[in-house]
Design a protein around this ligand. Structure first.
Ligand code: ATP
Ligand code: MG
Length: 557
């Protein structure tokens, strides 16, 4: 699939660490906060972390960063586990919850206090902000900064015991109020919050801050390379300060990479939540969303996402990827894997006047010319067929090579047919096209064709057709207006979902199960909808159309 690529900067760092003996193995993790569904950006992080562990023969942890008691939900825990597994990032039995470490985090804070490196502060949130200084001015020392170790230990104990109200006191790391890095100006590491937690219940009324908790979680699990996104770069000195001062034999190191941004898509949890709540989309797994659940339901495969992550690269520089690259990746994957069958989405009847009534014959079709392993199939043909409405025109424009009165075309995999007449319904719409066929033109025989035709159209035998519903999608975002309007609402594309209720496919579609996918010739790749499809009422989502003007950029290096 992908060609040999040059090593990315994270691999270079890891190579160096292993060579210098900083670490003798590699252990990575994916640490989601269970406060929403995962999206394509998280897929990048998952595949990157898992891929590195695998590449170096190391381990990979899935860890829920559930230190924040207000937001977590078990619905999200379950969906995240499912998504990570589906992507193929096998965490085996290494599933962890940060809240299981609350006792050890508390002990780590006590260690810092005992070293004179943390103190209980009575400043209010506003005062702390005021004392912090600015980018150009140093901060001021907290009046409680030099309180004795014994007193700090006692006060911290009281914090834990619930003797203080929310916000009344905090535990601060004692670092440097004059640091040029504001994150190092005595950051808060514990706060009082009388909230129950989904995992620990009412055991705690103090909770660790992210910048303190995260490095500890990594260190407790023996993570070597803690890979995160660029916004944490300025927090790295604090990360190092925590692991160095709490004291670990082989402390983890943080490496930052640029987030994946996709142009013109909605990824913000808050916006998706709104779309779900106001019914614009059918849940977090709506096939128009780039949530992993939505992509899966749409018909994307783990292989296609892996290729996408590979092609979008790992770098320190922010960049924006485009949907057409993602679409390229799923086409590349499915064009190899899927059977190519005929299905008509907007049907009109075609009657072959000179074909014997009641007769059915089988013609041969190649399942995938690019993948001979998929073999051949037999396709029934009879007197009455369905063809696409757009494959017939009463008065064709120039260069229209499909059916029109007097014109002859090939029925894909079958015979030449010539249009002899047509019928209209009461509304003046074409309802039936009449043709005659030439028995001497059957495809797949060795006979030379008596003449040439310019057009080939696909068709489905009416009596044996499988009826189904097709859902055709466009971006949920109205790209001309941009993703969000001035009130922070998504500019929804009114054509983002078109439902075609009367579609017909070859019998091959019979028995199709959730996530099965097919290429419908000329119409695109389609996948059985996992939520709404039933055995006797199949619903197919169009994953992607066949054509694109997208060209894979020439890769550097
Ligand atoms: P929140 O704003 O709620 O924190 P989040 O997207 O950062 O949202 P997390 O659960 O904290 O959600 O993310 C888990 C991991 O996924 C983090 O390590 C984060 O750096 C990574 N991640 C999040 N978004 C992207 C992205 N767009 N590209 C690559 N990695 C990402
Ligand atoms: Mg986050």
């Amino acid at each position: 699939m992908a060609e040999e690529r040059s090593r990315n900067f994270i691999e270079n760092e890891i190579d160096k660490d292993l060579k210098e003996g900083v670490y003798d193995h590699v252990h990575t993790r994916f640490p989601p906060e269970p406060n929403g569904y995962l999206h394509i950006g998280h897929a990048k992080s998952i595949l990157l972390n898992y891929g590195l562990a695998k590449e170096y023969g190391g381990k990979f942890n899935l860890r829920f960063d559930d230190t924040n008691p207000t937001k977590e939900k078990s619905e999200f825990v379950e969906s995240i586990k499912e998504d990570v597994k589906w992507l193929g990032a096998d965490y085996e039995d290494r599933l962890f919850f940060a809240s299981d470490y609350f006792d050890r985090m508390y002990e780590a804070a006590v260690t810092l206090i005992k070293k004179g490196l943390a103190y209980v502060s009575k400043l209010t949130a506003d005062e702390i902000r005021e004392y912090r200084g600015t980018l150009t001015e140093p901060g001021k020392n907290d009046p409680d900064r030099d309180r004795s170790i014994e007193e700090n230990l006692e006060l911290f104990e009281k914090m834990k015991a619930g003797d203080f109200a929310d916000g009344e006191v905090t535990l601060r790391a004692k670092i440097d109020m004059a640091s040029s890095n504001i994150n190092m100006r005595d950051p808060i590491i514990y706060r009082v919050a009388h909230l129950s937690h989904q995992n620990t219940g009412d055991k705690w009324c103090i909770y660790p801050m992210y910048d303190f908790a995260h490095p500890l979680e990594d260190a407790f699990e023996g993570i070597t390379h803690s890979i995160c996104t660029l916004e944490f770069e300025d927090h790295r000195p604090l990360y190092n300060w925590v692991v160095d001062n709490v004291g670990f034999e082989m402390p983890p190191r943080q490496i930052e990479f640029a987030k994946l941004y996709l142009k013109d898509v909605v990824t913000g949890k808050r916006y998706i939540k709104k779309l779900v709540e106001d019914g614009t989309v059918d849940g977090w797994d709506d096939p128009r969303l780039v949530s992993i659940a939505g992509l899966r339901r749409r018909g994307y495969t783990p292989d296609s996402l892996r290729l996408f992550v590979e092609l979008s690269g790992v770098s320190k520089a922010n960049s924006v990827s485009e949907m057409p690259l993602l679409e390229y990746c799923i086409r590349e994957d499915l064009k190899q894997k899927d059977k190519r069958i005929m299905a008509v989405l907007d049907p009109i009847r075609l009657v072959i006047d000179n074909y014997p009534e009641g007769q059915v014959e089988m013609v041969k079709g190649t399942n995938n010319p690019d993948n001979p392993e998929l073999g051949e199939r037999e396709i029934p043909l009879g007197r009455e067929l369905y063809i696409e409405r757009e494959d017939f025109m009463e008065e064709p424009p120039k260069k229209y090579f499909r059916l029109f009165p007097g014109n002859e075309v090939r029925l894909m995999n079958a015979y030449f047919v010539k249009c002899v007449s047509f019928e209209k319904d009461a509304d003046g719409k074409i309802s039936v096209v009449h043709c005659t066929y030439d028995p001497e033109t059957k495809q797949g025989t060795d006979k030379e064709m008596p003449r040439k035709v310019k057009g080939t159209i696909h068709w489905v035998h009416a009596d044996s057709a499988v009826k189904f519903t097709a859902r055709l999608y466009e971006n949920i975002v109205d790209e001309e207006k941009g993703v969000y309007d001035e009130n922070g609402n998504v500019n929804v594309n009114p054509n983002s979902l078109v439902v075609m209720k009367e579609c017909y496919a070859e019998p091959e579609l019979k028995g199709a199960k959730a996530y099965d996918s097919f290429q419908f010739v000329r119409n695109g790749f389609f996948c059985v909808d996992a939520k709404d499809s039933k055995d006797d009422d199949i619903v197919m989502n169009r994953v992607v159309s066949l054509k694109s003007s997208f060209k894979l950029p020439v890769q550097q290096g």
